[in-house]
Ligand binder design. Structure first.
Ligand SMILES: *[C@@H]1O[C@H](CO)[C@@H](O)[C@H](O)[C@H]1NC(C)=O
Ligand SMILES: *[C@@H]1O[C@H](CO)[C@@H](O)[C@H](O)[C@H]1NC(C)=O
Ligand SMILES: *[C@@H]1O[C@H](CO)[C@@H](O)[C@H](O)[C@H]1NC(C)=O
Ligand SMILES: *[C@@H]1O[C@H](CO)[C@@H](O)[C@H](O)[C@H]1NC(C)=O
Ligand SMILES: *[C@@H]1O[C@H](CO)[C@@H](O)[C@H](O)[C@H]1NC(C)=O
Ligand SMILES: *[C@@H]1O[C@H](CO)[C@@H](O)[C@H](O)[C@H]1NC(C)=O
Ligand SMILES: *[C@@H]1O[C@H](CO)[C@@H](O)[C@H](O)[C@H]1NC(C)=O
Length: 920
């Protein structure tokens, strides 16, 4: 089969490559990268995506994952293009679309992929892989507005974009009807089967629409935690009537949890939130109890007092036992970390009951480029060409490879670049409907027929139609285009005279090589070029366009050009580069003088003792006297130091120079006024005034950026090997810099803390590195995870008494708490309540990922930077977000007018006066 795939990469289609459902039920199940069609054990018919022209196929193998669709995937180049799947749908019909991603380390890369997916022109989600063996799933529910829907992968930030499956499920009739569906998609954040008997999710065939109902017994970090005491599972085999609308499958409704102690409580993360969503619970009374007993309860959501006014009595609301009652909200603002409680009323003898729940977020549709329709009609003439099959919106999220778009909210097509594409036939008339067009390049094709009327394209500046077989006259209307500056029509079969409107215009014009085209009435008047001084400009312009077209965003991703310094020369002798100053060699007497004979000791660490110094010019310095005398020879030492002194980054402590005399090796650094992070977290400096959460986040961001630079900005990459809170230094403004990088390399066989090979500090040391002695950048990630835990908890990495019996290690301790949902238990009391729980959770979860036992499971430092920045954003916008959300809900209420049930009935959900909250 292998050669077949290779050739399919070069394959030029002879037909549209949309995927349509040849099945009942309107199901399409694409096995991306699969080589044959098959039916799986639950009866889904999978088809191979072999009609996709782009990308490569990879085979993967993941422990305990035997489903065939997860043994292959399709991956795409990490470039600035988008790669789309186009699926046939029936307009005005509702669908569920599911995309899944199982990485399986297909590219044997340390960098986990991160990329975006879009549906049509709308940014759907960012896929961030954080574990090679976990399937990432994204689901969206939508009302089809045309006959196809496209799903595109783009914006590879790290690694290569890839996809494992794409599943389209058609709903029946009014299922998931919403007043907002014309303008919003519904992305699925949670769909839970409570009281599930196994960990298995319930889906097709139990759910005829193949929705996936996750089992509530699956243990994932921060998924259904804070479960109340006395929560019990119940189930029944009595049949439940679910044969209407989007009811969950019977099997889901036949199980439930009951709060035997009077309440049910849960907390869970809602992907995609905070935002406005749709939240439904599904309830059926499946317990038999005596007539004199009752089950009544209220929903309590923090900060939404109105909601808890309504009392639920399932049996009454559903008009009987074993029937479904589905209270919900169509328009509710929810946080990222949602806590909820169902509490029994005082007069109820039974505790609350919950069978299932679904929470979706509204995702505003982007209508895409207004030129979409016109350009589709243009490309429909070239359906066999692969450039005409790139799919998705012409401009969003990134434009097709052969067009350029404006940067408006609703982008217009400004350039069409189809030179030399073997185009035949007439110039497509619809191209004149692209009214935002500035440049048109159709030269070097085999186009025939007349030049159409471009009167509507008033922005047109440059038209290239040369080297075709165009016939007819040169339309006078071209002369009336107000912005036209360049017109090339040479080497065609045009005839007649060049209209005076064109001749009189200030224009670069070339109409040579058209045997029957004449200037004015005179025959055989071959007018050659007009170009003059504009020629240079044209070439320049061409160069610009070319460089835009081929600019590969992807290529730059690992390096930040602004920061990329001359380490790339990798030659310590090289002095030619402006940045590449060789480390300054201080004399011993200078150092003695600056430090006042090593008077003031400001620190000590694994590598030596640090003294304060002040140069004669007033510049403050820190002098590190290395304790070991076994450093390399003098030349190697100065070379190594030179290399380190060339690493410049605002979040790295600058090495200014060195001194190697009288048996001493010293390194001279910039002085950092506020000492080490360690001192501020739990050292004597805190004096009860510890640094607050936002400062801690900023310190985390700064130091992560420093490490990111070492890992990705330096050539060769630098692995720190000894990250710890005492190696994070703080300047005057409490901004953090990482120190001591590169030192362990310097120290060939000197002091080390663990063994002669493995270097690092107990408590921060990557266990995998310790065992395997294979050093990777992921060892630094482990250490950084420990630092994040220190920032959260204000605890030392290793302590004999802080973490309770049998636990000396912050990682074990924090893991235990975080995974059981008890984050409060580890938060530094010194932070009081001055933090947002969401940002805390974000950091806590990232920290746990950083300290995963295996390096390949840990995120890259860039991931960590991103997460910390997100947390900072949450923290900074706690105020404005809540304002925003109020505004948003007001805004959507206005849009939806009087149809907005949620706006008029804040607590309609559990209000028994409204038996059917959705208007179906
Ligand atoms: C799989 O099925 C689709 C349609 O259902 C068909 O077009 C395609 O040729 C089949 N592919 C293979 C490899 O059999
Ligand atoms: C799979 O294909 C078979 C045979 O064409 C069909 O009977 C069945 O309904 C299909 N299953 C689904 C889930 O579409
Ligand atoms: C795979 O399944 C077996 C048996 O169910 C289990 O012991 C093992 O831990 C699983 N492995 C992974 C990687 O989940
Ligand atoms: C691509 O992703 C990066 C980082 O996630 C983001 O900053 C950038 O805006 C994205 N670009 C596009 C075109 O969406
Ligand atoms: C779809 O709706 C029709 C009419 O309401 C019904 O007969 C049919 O069983 C439904 N199909 C599914 C899969 O629910
Ligand atoms: C019910 O709550 C009480 C305290 O509120 C607790 O002692 C008891 O263990 C709980 N019952 C169950 C079954 O968990
Ligand atoms: C155009 O056609 C020629 C001859 O058929 C072929 O060699 C060339 O590769 C084609 N160019 C493009 C861009 O399709």
């Amino acid at each position: 089969m292998e050669p077949f795939f290779l050739s399919s990469l070069l394959f030029i289609f002879l037909f549209f490559f949309t995927f349509s459902s040849a099945q009942m039920l309107g199901f399409v199940s694409l096995d991306c990268g699969g080589d044959k069609n098959f039916t799986d054990e639950i009866g889904l018919n999978w088809t191979s995506d072999d009609r996709i022209a782009y990308g490569e196929i990879s085979a993967i193998s993941v422990a305990n994952e035997t489903r065939k669709q997860y043994t292959t995937l399709r991956n795409f180049p990490a470039d600035s293009r988008k790669y789309c799947y186009t699926l046939d749908v029936v307009s005005r019909t509702r669908y569920l679309l599911r995309a899944t991603f199982l990485y399986g380390n297909f590219d044997n890369n340390n960098v986990y992929p991160k990329f975006d997916i879009s549906i049509g022109a709308t940014q759907w989600s960012t896929i961030v892989i954080s574990d090679a063996n976990t399937i990432e799933v994204r689901e969206i529910i939508f009302l089809a507005s045309s006959s196809t829907v496209s799903v595109c992968l783009s914006n590879a930030t790290t690694g290569k974009p890839f996809i494992s499956t794409l599943e389209l499920r058609q709903f029946n009739g009014s299922v998931y009807f919403s007043f907002y569906e014309e303008h919003f998609y519904l992305s699925v954040s949670a769909r839970i089967n409570f009281g599930a008997e196994t960990d298995e999710a319930i889906r097709y065939p139990d759910d005829p629409f193949d929705r996936i109902w996750e089992s509530d017994s699956v243990k994932k970090a921060n998924y259904l935690v804070d479960v109340a005491d006395g929560t019990e599972k119940i189930s029944t085999s009595v049949s439940i009537d679910v044969n209407r609308d989007e009811m969950p499958p019977e099997k889901v409704m036949q199980t439930a949890v009951v709060g035997t102690n009077g309440s049910l409580t849960y907390r869970l993360n809602l992907d995609g939130f905070p935002g406005i969503g749709r939240a439904y619970s599904y309830l059926a009374e499946i317990e038999d109890f005596p007539r004199n007993e009752s089950r009544k309860f209220r929903l309590v959501l923090p900060g939404q007092a109105d909601i808890s006014k309504a009392v639920v009595n399932i049996e009454e609301n559903a008009l009987g036992k074993y029937r479904v009652y589905e209270p919900g909200f169509n328009n509710i603002s929810l946080p990222f970390v949602m806590s909820f409680k169902l509490g029994k009323t005082a007069d109820s003898s039974r505790g609350p009951l919950l069978n299932a729940m679904e929470i979706n977020k509204y995702l505003e549709k982007n209508d895409g480029s207004p030129d979409g329709e016109a350009i589709s009609s243009v490309i429909s003439q070239y359906s066999s060409k692969d450039w005409a099959n790139e799919g998705g919106d012409p401009c969003l999220p990134v434009p097709w490879s052969w067009i350029l778009c404006s940067s408006d909210q609703q982008p217009r097509i400004v350039s069409v670049l189809l030179s030399g594409k073997n185009l035949t036939g007439d110039i497509p008339l619809d191209i004149t409907k692209l009214t935002g067009l500035v440049e048109l390049w159709l030269d070097g094709n085999m186009l025939t027929g007349p030049i159409p009327d471009f009167t509507g394209c008033t922005d047109l500046k440059i038209i290239h139609l040369e080297n075709n077989h165009l016939a007819g006259v040169l339309p006078a209307s071209l002369g009336n285009l107000p912005n036209l500056r360049e017109l090339y029509v040479q080497n065609n079969m045009l005839s007649g005279t060049v209209p005076s409107e064109i001749l009189s215009k200030n224009l670069v014009l070339n109409y040579s090589g058209n045997n029957d085209l004449h200037k004015g009435s005179r025959k055989k008047d071959q007018l050659y070029v007009i170009i003059g001084s504009a020629a240079g400009a044209t070439i320049l312009l061409l160069a610009t366009i070319v460089s835009c077209l081929f600019m590969h965003k992807g290529k730059k991703k690992y390096y930040d050009q602004d920061h990329l310094i001359s380490l790339a020369t990798q030659n310590p002798e090289s002095k030619s580069d402006g940045h590449a100053e060789v480390a300054h060699c201080f004399t011993f007497s200078e150092i003695k003088n600056y430090t006042n004979n090593f008077e003031k000791k400001i620190g000590s660490g694994g590598f030596g003792v640090v003294y304060y110094g002040k140069q004669t010019n007033g510049k403050e310095i820190a002098v590190k006297v290395l304790t070991s005398n076994t450093y390399q020879g003098k030349i190697e030492f100065s070379n190594e130091v030179s290399l380190l002194s060339r690493i410049h980054h605002r979040n790295l402590v600058q090495l200014l120079g060195y001194c190697r005399e009288e048996g001493n090796s010293m390194l001279i650094y910039e002085f950092m006024h506020n000492g080490t992070l360690k001192e501020h977290l739990y050292g004597p400096l805190t004096h009860g005034r510890s640094i607050n959460w936002i400062q801690r986040l900023e310190i985390a961001e700064d130091s992560a950026k420093g490490i990111e630079y070492l890992h990705t900005g330096c050539v060769p990459a630098v692995i720190h090997r000894d990250l710890k809170s005492s190696n994070i230094l703080l300047d005057r403004h409490m901004r953090a810099k990482v120190s001591d990088f590169g030192l362990s390399k310097l120290n060939v066989d000197g002091v080390s803390h663990v063994s002669s090979i493995v270097r690092g500090t107990v408590g921060y040391l990557d266990p995998e590195y310790y065992i395997s002695q294979q050093l990777t950048d992921k060892s630094d990630i482990y250490s950084f995870g420990v630092i994040l835990l220190e920032l959260i908890s204000g605890q030392e990495a290793i302590s004999n008494d802080s973490f309770g019996a049998n636990c000396r290690n912050i990682v074990q301790w924090a893991k235990l708490h975080i995974e059981s949902g008890d984050i409060q238990g580890i938060i530094d009391p010194a932070l009081r309540d001055d933090y947002d729980l969401q940002s805390m959770w974000k950091i806590a979860e990232k920290a746990l990922m950083c300290v995963q036992p295996h390096g390949h499971m840990r995120p890259s430092i860039s991931e960590v930077v991103k997460e910390v920045q997100d947390a900072i954003a949450i923290e900074r916008e706690v105020e404005s977000v809540s304002d925003e959300m109020t505004r948003n809900s007001v805004h959507s209420s206005i849009n939806m007018g009087s149809m907005d049930l949620a706006a008029t009935e804040n607590y309609l959900a559990i209000d028994d006066s409204i038996a059917r909250p959705t208007a179906r």
